[in-house]
Ligand binder design. Structure first.
Ligand code: ADP
Length: 447
């Protein structure tokens, strides 16, 4: 087993990985930017190395500095977490060249799935249902118009290199499509340096259902059930739960099989997530595969009892999965709320600053993954997610009750948060009934 792992990340996920390493008797190296000197991950790791100034491109995205830190400290593996370099195939390849194990899939696997229009082509070749649309990338606006006219509006224009809900525009008509194409490709060019676009039929009121995959280096691939991530704002997830209230055992089996087939299509290894849209008529379509650990992984851990970070590390170390699909049992219900430093009444404007008082909920089956503490100063430079509140109980109804109690106890002073917004969501009648789609929040805000 690795004796030292460098964590190329910050915030709650870095802390989450440090904790898993500690339980596995693996030494940890944190990397941090100037502004993160007092951050929790910097303090909790066995060693910490400053890798540059606050802007991510000069620190958490700087491959040379991170590799140097690993070499200097003698780390023999790197866990990338999510965001930053986690889906950067060049980084994975450089790690390999430097004899440092990248805890994740190979760079080639990332390339095959990270390019979303290429991934679509791969799925089509393997008879996995995709949303009707372009086969792969579009040649230009003319092809987009021709295709949209034939499949019917509304359509969605998406960036092949896209992520985090960016580089995507919906078009309800030919006129809108011309504008959407321009704005989406410009956004893609500036955000990802690549304006390759593809087109899909816009599925109205779908559920976002994703399957957690684990695959070892010997071709053993299992899924750990689904997460319902339909609670979204601007195509970004706000709350996630497992299992989904919209899925029965039969559909779970079919979707799970398709997810495993998608991963096997590229001989995928390590942890990954296959994302689908589920239409109101019960049809499901592949939208993308994320080749890393995800923010919402804890809900899967709670219902399966499997520690995903430890599994990632074991797989990267060459261990075989010691269970098969039929051994994976989903039990009970888990819900996660993302707690962000932002102000919902001011257009969800980020709210960095000093935390003057903090009380986080706890109790049986109540988990908070976070890297904040009282007196901590949230920098304005990075993501606004400051904590994840996860609850587990025997069924959905009890989990919602527990979440209500727990979220009522969550107190953060000195900055604005979305805690009250989350409280309103989980007390909404449609949510309680399990009856919500990806447009739920948008419709709620219009009221
Ligand atoms: P990203 O990589 O930016 O997260 P995804 O392709 O995963 O982008 O899509 C993010 C979200 O956008 C989905 O969960 C869904 O809400 C919405 N979306 C994407 N494609 C479609 C589509 N064809 N029809 C309807 N909604 C879509």
């Amino acid at each position: 087993m690795f004796n030292k792992i460098l964590i190329a990340n910050r915030g709650e996920i870095a802390v989450r990985i440090i904790r898993a390493c500690r339980e596995m008797n693996i030494q940890t190296v944190a990397v941090y930017s100037d502004i993160d000197k007092e951050a929790l991950h910097t303090q909790l790791a066995d060693e910490a190395i400053c890798i540059g100034p606050a802007p991510a491109k000069d620190s958490y995205l700087d491959i040379k500095r991170i590799i140097s830190a690993a070499i200097v400290t003698g780390a023999n593996a790197i866990h990338p977490g999510f965001g930053f370099l986690s889906e950067n195939s060049k980084f994975a390849k450089v790690c390999e060249e430097c004899n440092i194990t990248f805890i994740g899939p190979t760079g080639d696997m990332m390339d095959r799935m990270g390019n979303k229009s290429k991934a679509r082509e791969t799925m089509i070749e393997n008879n996995i249902p995709v949303v009707p649309g372009s086969e792969g990338a579009l040649d230009g606006i003319e092809e987009a118009i021709e295709l949209a006219d034939s499949i019917g509006y509304p359509v969605i224009i998406k960036a092949s290199a896209g992520g985090g809900g960016r580089g995507m525009r919906i078009a309800g008509s030919r006129e809108e499509l011309v504008n959407s194409y321009k704005t989406a490709s410009a956004e893609a060019k500036s955000a990802f340096g690549d304006d390759t676009m593809y087109l899909e039929k816009y599925v109205t009121n779908p559920r976002h259902i994703e399957f957690q995959i684990l695959a070892d280096n010997y071709g053993n691939t299992v899924h750990l059930g689904e997460r319902d991530c339909s609670m979204q704002r601007r195509h970004q997830k706000v709350l996630e739960e497992s299992p989904s209230a919209a899925i029965d055992d039969e559909l779970r089996k079919r979707m799970g099989k398709a997810a495993v087939k998608a991963a096997k299509a590229i001989n995928y290894k390590n942890a990954g997530t296959v994302e689908f849209l589920l239409s109101d008529s019960g049809e499901f379509y592949f939208i993308e595969m994320n080749t890393r650990i995800q923010v919402e992984h804890p809900v899967t851990e709670m219902v399966t009892g499997i520690d995903l970070i430890k599994e990632q590390i074991r797989i990267a170390d060459g261990e075989k999965l010691n269970y098969t699909q039929k051994d994976v049992k989903i039990k009970g219900h888990a819900i996660e709320c993302r707690i962000n430093a932002e102000n919902p009444s001011k257009g969800f404007r980020p709210s960095p600053g000093d935390i003057s008082f903090l009380h986080m909920p706890s109790g049986k089956d109540i988990r908070v993954d976070s890297a904040i503490y009282c007196g901590y100063k949230i920098p304005p430079t990075y993501d606004s997610m400051i904590a994840k509140l996860i609850v587990y109980d025997k069924d959905r109804k009890s989990a919602i009750k527990k979440l209500n109690s727990a979220i009522g106890e969550f107190i953060v002073e000195g900055i604005d948060t979305n805690i009250d917004f989350q409280y309103d969501l989980i007390n909404n009648e449609s949510f309680i009934k399990g009856n919500y789609t990806t447009s739920f929040i948008e419709k709620l805000m219009e009221k």
